[in-house]
Structures are given as structure tokens and as C-alpha cells.
Design a protein around this ligand. Structure first.
Ligand code: F6R
Length: 606
């Protein structure tokens, strides 16, 4: 995720900005830049690459001044490049931005028609143009930002600086985090408290829909209409390391909690509620030519692909196969015209998946990449790329990258279904509405950690676990088992619930916890029968079921209830308690959760 820092005071801004950005480096980025103002003349220095490259550039092109903004960019719209790096400067205005402007395309067209010249591919530059235009004939930066905010939709944290109003920063927040740091005769603004913790511990967390005018002499918080919001500062007592993790004990837990926001970001700009359709910007697939879809992926991404199989077959009625990327090319696959290969990878760098893509391309198939990392090797190798926008994931065990892949699968299936005419407009409308409602439901689940924590304590000393699910819950059972293995080192198996009687039932005794995915739906009765088979053999059943289910309690030892959603989207909710269970079991055992033994975040060997 991108990083933001701003400074207004009496000291030289550049070293403070670079120091703050360095504290945000752990989040991952591909370019960096600063804009620093000295008596109303700002200078932008920015470049692709790491902070060291920016510092080297600053030695040749110093940026003196006591007001400034700095940014580390993690590419979303537009590849990583010098031109796409922030800050973006248009006339007297410099802007840095985290998040995504949903209506960027329409605004770009409108501004271009009015004569605006763009020097980047980013959505951010659009905001700089809007503010510059709003400032014509005025010097009131806050008023110009307010006017421009009324034009943009999406998730954002902006910080804006104007040469016409030296010594002022104006920041605004919607969905992306923003915090103001209060100093003595100087003030700060940042995307994360980590960036300013070495300067001050007195902060104001900016709320949704709030704007802040930051000067050396003080800070004023208002809503987007300019109504003042009186705010009491908080004193941060976290250590620097705790602050990096947002106050959570581990990155994994932080990332579990980030999922509602991550899913909302995956949806930004992709849902066309006016036409009950999905927008796949820049992907001009001829769906009528697709006769078969083959997903290729590894690990967690493979599980997301298995859910994709259910979704695409159910909603678009196109035949789907799912292959482990590491097996794909060795089985001498038969591909032909009409095959679309979809390569799924959170890192975008997995060598097995890259080799599978090469094989597919060699045989003439078109390849769509679903990746979290913009311009990584896999999306560059593919013909088309869909980015999940989950933000960088630091915990090795994938959580938010997975749920955003599931959302990508749902969007893809709806997109295909509308074009194959197998999905009615009405059903698409319902599913899109359910997708939009997901972040709130996800938040409810991730915020109910106490119950799962106590279950983890109860079951955490077991030497093995079984996870069962039917239909699209089967891949979630596999994912639950994988998560538990990865971070707690407890052996776990995921099984299709109906397969249990064909072998694994022999494992069941009073020492084997069996996690059963039993949300409302067509398989519910069958799953309850499987659950009874486990209990008849003294197995301990922990069921994940839909809120309002009156019967499940008498069939299970413990029940985790989750909100209801459309059948097709249930995996996006049922996986959350499993991620949390794994996390708390591992925490109970005291393993190295963020860096589990023997594992790497990107697997670039075969
Ligand atoms: C598990 C996990 C791995 C990856 C796998 C593929 O938590 O993250 O199983 O899913 O190594 O990696 P990507 O998705 O980067 O291709």
C-alpha cells in the first residue's frame, strides 16, 4: 500500500519526509517522491525504485524548504515509473494520494476535453488538475480541495500543497487511513502513525469524510462541507514495531482485519450498478470465443481458482478446469483456440505459474493474469491483467490476497455470465448488491475474535485437524487446513465432506477436531449428516454456520455463526473464521506467525 507523509514547520522538510517514508518501507512500494516548498515555490523530486534512488537524486537536485509532502507508491493505476510516481504537480498544486479514484476515466475524459494535459497514467493526477482548476482566481486551497472532493468517488487519502498558500497542507480522507501528528510549532500528516512516531506521539486519527488544514501554528479538522469537527488528540503509547503492525500483535492479524477494506478496494471501479454489470477496464476479451477456461495456480491461489471453477460454471456455464501450475506443463496439456488460461497469483512472481503460462502461450492460448502486484512478472507475461488491489501482504500466510482473489473470481464470473447470457440482469443485480455488502459483513466476523480465540485455546493442543466442506466450501476446507499447517505446524487435512466415509473416517476419535463448513444452502442437510457421522465416532465438531441456524447447535460441539450472503459468495465469509482459528492456534503455540519456518512469500524456484 502507498505511504504518505507531510510536514509543516521551521525545520528542513526533506530529511523529515525521507525519514518518515523509510518507516513505511516495510509495506512495500515501487517508487517514491517528495514535493518541498520554499516561500511558495515547490520542487518535485521523484523516481521509480527504492528510497535510496530518491535520496541519490535529491543529492543532485536538492529540495530545500520547510513545508513538504512525500510518498511511496505501490502501483495501482499505471505501471511503476518516474512519471507515475507521486507527488503529481499541476501548476501550483502538488498532490499525493493513497487509494483509488473510481470515476477516474470519466474525469480524465472531461478534463482532457477542457484542455488538460496529462503527464502520467495515474488517477491521482486527475485530482491535481481538479484542484488547480478550482483554485483559479482564488488562493483558498481548502475551498478548492473541498470543491474537487465533490467530484471524485472511491477510496482516498489526499494531501495537497499549493504554491499560492505557503506553509499549508490540506488533507482529506475517505476509506484510506490518515493521521495528523501534533508537534511544537510544527505539524505532520501521514498515512500511518509509524511514519511520524519518532517526531511526535500526539496524534489525531482523521475519520471518514473529514478534511484537515495543517499549518505550523495549528490544525483544523472539518467535514467535506467545511463544518469544524472539534477533535481531542490521542497519545500513542505503542512501540515503533507495534505501530508498524497497526497495534496488532502480528502482520497476519493486521491483514486479517484489513480484509473488509481490501475487498472494498477490489470492488472500486468494477461495479456498474446502472447496467447491473461488471467493468473490466482494459481487458477486451471476446467472451463469445471462449469455449473453456483453465485456471492455473499454486497453494492458496489454487484454492481461489477452485472456487472460481464453481462460480464460472454456475454463472456463465463455461466449462472450467483447474490445474496446479507445477503439474500443468508436465502433463502435456492439450490446448486450442477457444481456451482461456487464467493464471492466479498474489505475488505475481511464482515460477511454477510463470512456466505454466509459457506453456499455455506456446500452444496459442490467451492468458489472463489475476495478480495483486501491478507489473509483476506474471501480469507482464499474460495477455490481460486484473489486479486485486489488496495492498502489500507482509505475513507469509496469505489472507487478504486470498479473499480479494475470491472477489475477483466473483466479478469475473458475473462479467462472463452477463456476456454468455446465462446470468440474468436481475440475478447479476442481486449478486452485485451482495458483493457491495460484503465488507460490512466481513468486518463483523473479523471483529469477533474473542470466541475464536477461546476455541483456539480449547482445540490448540490437538495433534491433527480435519476440515470438511462440500461444493464451493471444499476449497475453503483445503484453505483452512493449509493455513493451520503453515503457521501452527499442526497436521491438517482438507476433505470434500462426502469423501470422509471413503477413508479419513478412520482417523476420527475424541482427539481429532473436525472443522465443518455448514453454511445455509443446498448441501446443508448432507453436511449435517457428515457431521453426525463424526460425532457418532466421538469426534469433536466445530461448525461454521449461518446466523439464524437453530439446529446446528445440537449437531456440533461448538459453532461459529457468520452473516448470511448469496450462496456464490459464501466462501468469502466462511474462510475468515478459519484464518482466525489458525492464527489464534499458532499464537497459542507461540510459533513465528509472520515468518513460518521453511516458507517464503514469493516462491521463485520450481
Ligand atoms: C499460502 C500461500 C501460498 C501461495 C503460493 C502461490 O498462504 O500464500 O500457498 O499461495 O505459494 O503464490 P502466489 O499466489 O504468489 O502465486
Amino acid at each position: 500500500m502507498c505511504g504518505i507523509i507531510g510536514y509543516v514547520g521551521a525545520r528542513q522538510a526533506t530529511p523529515i519526509l525521507i525519514g518518515g517514508l523509510r518507516k513505511l518501507e516495510y509495506r512495500g512500494y515501487d517508487s517514491a517522491g517528495v514535493s518541498v516548498s520554499s516561500s511558495g515555490a515547490s520542487k518535485v523530486v521523484r523516481c521509480r525504485g527504492k528510497l535510496a534512488a530518491l535520496e541519490e537524486k535529491l543529492l543532485k537536485e536538492p529540495a530545500p524548504g520547510t513545508t513538504g509532502i512525500g510518498h511511496t507508491r505501490w502501483a495501482t493505476h499505471g505501471r511503476p515509473s518516474d512519471e507515475n510516481s507521486h507527488p503529481h504537480k499541476v501548476g501550483p498544486i502538488s498532490v499525493i494520494h493513497n487509494g483509488i479514484i473510481e470515476n477516474h476515466r470519466a474525469l480524465r475524459n472531461e478534463l482532457a476535453a477542457a484542455g488538460a494535459k496529462f503527464s502520467s497514467e495515474t488517477d491521482t493526477e486527475i485530482f491535481a488538475h481538479l484542484v488547480e482548476r478550482a483554485l483559479v482566481g482564488s488562493a483558498d486551497l481548502a475551498a478548492a480541495v473541498r470543491k474537487s472532493l465533490a467530484r471524485v468517488r472511491g477510496s482516498f487519502a489526499f494531501v495537497v500543497m499549493s504554491d499560492k498558500e505557503p506553509g499549508t497542507l490540506v488533507a482529506a480522507k475517505n476509506s484510506s487511513p490518515l493521521v495528523v501528528g501534533l508537534g511544537d510549532g510544527e505539524n505532520f500528516v501521514a498515512s500511518d502513525v509509524t511514519a511520524i512516531l519518532s517526531e511526535t506521539r500526539k496524534v489525531i486519527f482523521v475519520d471518514e469524510g473529514e478534511m484537515v488544514v495543517v499549518k505550523a501554528s495549528g490544525v483544523v479538522v472539518t467535514d467535506f462541507e467545511g463544518k469544524v469537527h472539534p477533535r481531542e488528540p490521542k497519545i500513542i503509547t505503542w512501540s515503533a514495531v507495534q505501530a508498524e503492525k497497526g497495534g496488532f500483535k502480528h502482520y497476519m492479524l493486521k491483514e486479517i482485519h484489513e480484509q473488509p477494506r481490501a475487498v472494498a478496494d477490489t470492488l472500486v471501479g468494477r461495479i456498474d450498478l446502472e447496467h447491473d454489470d461488471v467493468l473490466f477496464d482494459g481487458i477486451d476479451l471476446d467472451v463469445t470465443k471462449i469455449k473453456r477456461i483453465i485456471f492455473i495456480a499454486c497453494g492458496t491461489s489454487y484454492h481461489a481458482s477452485m472456487v472460481g471453477e464453481f462460480l464460472v460454471e454456475a454463472l456463465a456455464r463455461i466449462p472450467v478446469e483447474v490445474d496446479l501450475a507445477s503439474e500443468f506443463r508436465y502433463r502435456d496439456p492439450i490446448l486450442g483456440p477457444g481456451d482461456l488460461v487464467v493464471a492466479v497469483s498474489q505475488s505475481g512472481e511464482t515460477l511454477d505459474t510463470m512456466e505454466a503460462i509459457r506453456e499455455a502461450k506456446k500452444q496459442g492460448a490467451k492468458v489472463l493474469a489475476i495478480s495483486n502486484v501491478v507489473e509483476a512478472s506474471i501480469p507482464r507475461l499474460a495477455d490481460y491483467a486484473f489486479y486485486t488491489h489488496a495492498g502489500p501482504e507482509i505475513g507469509v500466510a496469505s489472507t487478504k490476497a486470498f479473499t480479494t482473489q475470491l472477489v475477483a473470481m466473483a466479478l469475473f464470473a458475473i462479467y462472463l455470465g452477463r456476456r454468455t447470457n446465462k446470468l440474468s440482469k436481475e440475478r447479476a443485480r442481486d449478486l452485485l448488491a451482495e458483493l457491495v455488502a460484503l465488507p460490512t459483513k466481513m468486518r463483523e466476523i473479523v471483529e469477533s475474535g474473542a470466541q475464536i480465540q477461546s476455541l483456539a485455546r480449547r482445540y490448540g493442543s490437538a495433534i491433527g485437524f480435519l476440515f470438511l466442506g462440500r461444493g464451493s466450501q471444499y476449497p475453503i476446507a483445503l484453505e483452512g487446513a493449509l493455513k493451520l499447517k503453515e503457521i501452527s505446524y499442526i497436521h491438517a487435512e482438507g476433505y470434500a465432506a462426502g469423501e470422509m466415509k471413503h477413508g479419513p473416517i478412520a482417523l476420527i476419535d475424541e482427539n481429532l477436531p473436525v472443522v465443518v463448513l455448514a453454511p445455509r444452502g443446498p448441501y446443508y442437510e448432507k453436511v449435517v449428516s457428515n457431521l453426525a457421522e463424526v460425532r457418532a465416532r466421538q469426534g469433536k465438531v466445530l461448525a461454521v454456520a449461518t446466523r439464524g441456524d437453530q439446529d446446528i447447535g445440537s449437531n456440533a460441539d461448538d459453532v461459529i455463526l457468520i452473516p448470511d450472503t448469496a450462496l456464490e459468495l459464501q466462501p468469502i465469509l466462511t474462510v475468515l473464521p478459519l484464518q482466525m482459528l489458525s492464527y489464534y492456534v499458532a499464537d497459542f503455540k507461540g510459533t513465528d506467525i509472520d515468518q513460518p519456518r521453511n516458507l517464503a512469500k514469493s516462491v521463485t524456484v520450481e
